[in-house]
Ligand binder design. Structure first.
Ligand SMILES: [Ca+2]
Length: 246
């Protein structure tokens, strides 16, 4: 009996270590941001694994070809090259953690550029991305910390994505002057292995109660009496869309 008990414990130890190893590998897999695009529906046809921004899918021979995908992270695909900078068009944005799906009708067979929002390091690190046009199109200014200005987008910010669990305070003018709003990234995508993406999508500055172009600086943290919940904005946007108002 004694030897049997020892054997059981040894077996248990092996099982525990295998299980821990599996969990660790799953966590690593979902911490690698990528976008695997397929030319056919349901992950069929030719595929290409994008690890970072691609401003022109002609360069990999996939212009207007992607119809399904498997991805990790918060990715945007655009109808036109250069993230619709020269010509506005459809934009599809999907959060996922190693999930596969067919592209929506608005983007299937039309994608000409793609990029992600969030940190280039940890997938759920605190980060902000600002864009020069609505719906996350055009030029970008991004970072992971307080900034006295918004660089090339000064006076031109038209949409914003925040990532991670930390809030941000946006000011209408540079050097933390003017009116302010605290933005909480409380939308959440939960992966099948339990890891989470926290984020907030603001497709125009009206969703932050600001006028177009009205972000001039920002501070990491929540320092305004005006607090905007990304999840409340998302719910309101979806309710308006389903009522046929947007
Ligand atoms: Ca296209």
């Amino acid at each position: 009996m004694k030897s049997f008990a020892s054997f059981s414990l040894a077996l248990l130890a092996v099982l525990v270590s295998v299980s821990a190893g599996k969990t660790e590998r799953a966590a690593k897999a979902t911490s690698l941001r990528h976008y695997m695009g397929y030319t056919g529906p349901s992950q069929t046809g030719v595929h290409f694994d994008f690890l970072t921004y691609d401003a022109d899918l002609n360069l990999v021979g996939l212009d207007n070809q992607i119809r399904s995908a498997c991805q990790a992270g918060l990715w945007m695909v655009y109808e036109n090259i250069e993230y619709n900078y020269f010509e506005p068009g459809n934009v599809c944005i999907v959060p996922a953690l190693e999930d596969c799906f067919d592209l929506s009708a608005a983007c299937s067979g039309m994608v000409s550029s793609l990029r992600y929002a969030g940190s280039s390091e940890g997938m759920n690190d605190d980060f902000y991305n600002m864009y020069g046009a609505i719906n996350y199109q055009g030029l970008e200014f991004k970072g992971n910390n307080t900034s006295r200005d918004v660089g090339i987008l000064q006076g031109d910010v038209s949409s914003v994505i925040v990532s991670g669990t930390g809030s941000w305070t946006f000011y209408t003018d540079r050097e933390f002057n003017g009116a302010s709003v605290c933005v909480v990234p409380d939308s959440k995508y939960l992966g099948s292995d339990g890891t989470a993406l926290n984020y907030g999508l603001f497709q125009n500055l009206g969703e932050l109660g600001l006028s177009d172009g009205g972000i001039g600086s920002l501070i990491k943290g929540c320092f305004s009496d005006t607090v905007v919940s990304a999840e409340a904005v998302r719910a309101k946007r979806e309710a308006a869309a389903s009522a046929g108002l947007a």
